[in-house]
Design a protein around this ligand. Structure first.
Ligand code: ZN
Length: 74
């Protein structure tokens, strides 16, 4: 699809890093499948993937650590 941010690039299948902040815990989710703009690097995550991220991160936001790193599992 066409990138809505720069309006120049086309997106392609790729991976991105997704960060969720909740209170004092930041969950960094790696290897998230996304459509990535070849021009500006903007990443687009679809709704299904986003809800999976939140499901997988839900336990970790209760952690005592300030930062948790999660590898996305499809
Ligand atoms: Zn772009």
């Amino acid at each position: 699809m066409k990138c809505v941010l720069c309006r120049n690039g086309e997106t392609q299948n790729g991976e991105t890093l997704f960060t969720i902040s909740r209170d004092r815990v930041a969950v960094v989710v790696k290897n998230v499948p996304a459509q990535v703009c070849q021009n500006c690097g903007e990443a687009y995550v679809d709704d299904v993937t986003a809800s999976r991220i939140f499901n997988q991160a839900e336990e970790l936001v209760k952690s005592d650590n300030e930062v948790e790193i999660l590898h996305f599992a499809a």
